[in-house]
Design a protein around this ligand. Structure first.
Ligand SMILES: Nc1ncnc2c1ncn2[C@@H]1O[C@H](COP(=O)(O)OP(=O)(O)OP(=O)(O)O)[C@@H](O)[C@H]1O
Length: 323
């Protein structure tokens, strides 16, 4: 399959298993999506749907018992899954960086934030110390932190500021792609939005792309260009954010949206989805969502639906209304 020239990352038929003592658990089962240049792709889905596993597979930082058992992850056309260690080291941080939820707690407590940003730059680039310091000042400014903070230690900063420092480090080498896995979840709502607005501005200014993962659908809707919905390791629906919000097709997506409080417009009753996601070791036959689906018919219990095209850029995996 050809990739479009504007495609930066193309995940094809990705499969990841956790080899547990009681047998393999397929946490990501044949997931495919593309991320275009300058695009924010939101990955949505309940806890355990496989979002973090996808992000970690892209950077090949999954730890045992996880094993990538199939697929391709093409970055600018080159398969990350086939790269040797040396090539991978070039890719990480320089081409693809990662910001995760507890990253702010992984800052070194005995080094100033300036030293940590400079170290991150020097670890990946041959630069003069004075240039690295200038760059650290520039990066801190980018994320809204005054350069006087260069000599502060992590414990002297608020959680929000620490997470901004982590984002500055992730941007240090101006990678074309940033993976953000629950980047603001540990922070209060106001700070979360402030940081995400700032990241969106930086994205527009610097032109990088983002894979944005959070269980918070309202944040995904606000900050993503397109959204992919995962359920029990399977891609259920993918569409531009506005379309997914106004015209969702998959009953799972409708259920997720039904549990998001509306900020604008009339107040509506929150519905939610009854039950909980399946035990990944005992997956239901047919559509994995059928035991919780209000619209399930016999076919849903027997046949696994395949992805179908509903319109430009809109796909889902559902038997209902199937042609
Ligand atoms: N160490 C592990 N051993 C066995 N199975 C695992 C392990 N880690 C994850 N899994 C399985 O992989 C599935 C996907 O986990 P993952 O963390 O990717 O989901 P997620 O959507 O990111 O959830 P969350 O929002 O809670 O982080 C889980 O449902 C679980 O069955």
């Amino acid at each position: 399959m050809e990739t479009k020239p504007s495609t930066l990352l193309s995940v094809r038929d990705l499969r990841v298993e956790y080899l547990t003592p009681t047998g393999p658990v397929c946490a990501v089962d044949g997931v495919s999506f593309d991320i275009g240049r300058g695009e924010v792709l939101g990955l949505a889905g309940e806890s355990g749907s496989g979002k973090s596993t996808v992000a970690q597979a892209i950077l090949r930082i999954l730890r045992p018992p996880a094993v990538i058992t199939g697929g391709q992850v093409l970055f600018e056309g080159e398969d990350i899954l086939a790269m040797n260690e040396a090539r991978l080291r070039e890719l990480r941080w320089r081409k693809v960086s990662l910001v995760f939820q507890s990253a702010m707690n992984s800052l070194n407590p005995i080094l100033t934030i300036g030293e940590q940003i400079v170290d991150a730059i020097e670890a990946h680039q041959k630069v003069k110390r004075s240039d690295a310091i200038d760059r650290a000042v520039y990066l801190l400014k980018l994320v809204g932190i005054d350069s006087s903070r260069l000599t502060s230690y992590p414990h002297q900063l608020s959680g929000g500021m620490r997470q901004r420092v982590v984002i500055a480090i992730a941007l240090a080498l101006e990678p074309p792609l940033m993976l953000m896995d629950e980047p603001t979840t540990a922070l209060d709502v106001v700070v979360q939005k402030e940081i995400l607005h700032q990241v969106a501005e930086l994205k527009d200014k610097l032109g990088f792309s983002i894979l944005f993962i959070t269980h918070d659908l309202s944040l995904i809707l606000e900050f993503s260009t397109r959204i992919a919905v995962l359920y029990a390791g399977k891609l259920m629906e993918m569409a531009p954010a506005q379309q997914l919000f106004h015209a969702p097709r998959h009953p799972y997506t409708k259920g997720l949206l039904g549990s998001v409080p509306s900020v604008r417009g009339p107040r509506r009753k929150l519905v939610g989805i009854p039950g909980s996601p399946p035990d990944m070791r005992k997956l239901p036959t047919g559509c994995r969502f059928h035991p919780r689906c209000p619209s399930a018919v016999d076919r849903c219990r027997g046949d696994m639906p395949v992805l179908r095209e509903l319109g430009p850029n809109h796909i889902d995996a559902c038997h209902l209304d199937a042609p």
